[in-house]
Write a protein that binds this ligand. Structure first.
Ligand code: ATP
Length: 232
């Protein structure tokens, strides 16, 4: 569904992504792992056209989307939930959702509240009054309302308590269950392992490892080398 071939991206003269190739098929959760500064966020931003200087071939259902504008890419069905969540602090939960609403969506408010009961409870609260976990849920909910076919999640578990991380894992499973594929950027390895069908490791702007779930579980050498994680 989403096929990326030889993606390169630059910040000024700094060549950050180098020939990154990856794919996300329908119904998959795919995890992009890597240390700080490896280029994970840059990859997601490049996929939605939020970085000026990039080159490569990005295809969505066979259509080349590399040259499209961010809003055109969003309309095709690719939604980015950025690392810092980007919700409106002065608006209530329901107002944040309302401004994302389109007429025809698979995710009317009632469905959103079914998936996120906490947001229903907090619907009259402003964004600034929400906990980190609630803000993350709201950011995901807002992206879903746009009816994406692929959700790009940038470090959703960052700064969240373990119990909230578990709730978030259930949300990602439910999203996949509803037919939305997920490309997940994370540093939380156990979260990724609990969810992902396939894994990529990015190191210094290059994909250095790709594996399915079962193979990755046994890849202690790569985990140690690129993620600095030793086997238990
Ligand atoms: P993190 O987990 O820290 O967010 P990351 O894997 O997402 O790491 P990126 O944020 O994509 O990494 O950064 C990749 C490289 O690009 C890093 O060397 C970073 O310093 C650099 N970089 C990121 N944003 C910019 C920017 N706006 N201008 C210049 N360089 C940048």
């Amino acid at each position: 569904m989403l096929n990326v071939t030889d993606l390169n991206a630059w910040y000024g003269k700094s060549h950050v992504l180098q020939d990154v190739s990856l794919k996300v098929d329908a119904g998959e959760v795919v995890c992009l792992l890597g240390r700080n500064g490896a280029g994970k966020t840059t990859t997601l931003k490049s996929l939605v056209g939020a970085i000026g200087a990039r080159r490569g071939d990005i295809r969505f259902d066979g259509e080349a989307i590399t040259a499209l504008r961010t809003y055109q890419i969003a309309r095709r069905g690719i939604a980015l939930v950025p690392e810092h969540r980007g919700i409106f602090g002065l608006l209530t939960v329901e107002e944040n959702l309302a401004i994302a609403a389109r007429k025809a969506t698979l995710w009317p408010l009632a469905e959103i509240y079914k998936l996120f009961p906490r947001l229903h409870e907090r619907r009259r609260n402003r964004g600034t009054a929400l906990s980190g976990g609630e803000q993350q849920m709201l950011a995901i909910a807002r992206a879903l309302i746009g009816g994406p076919r692929v959700l790009l999640l940038d470090e959703p578990t960052e700064g969240l308590a373990p119990v909230i991380v578990d709730e978030l894992a259930d949300v990602v499973r439910a999203v996949r269950g509803a037919g939305v594929a997920v490309l997940l950027v994370e540093q939380n390895l156990s979260f990724c392992e609990a969810l992902a069908d396939r894994h990529y490791i990015l190191d210094q702007g290059r994909i250095v490892y790709a594996a399915d779930r079962a193979t990755f579980a046994g890849a202690s050498r790569e985990r140690e080398r690129y993620l600095a994680v030793t086997a238990d």
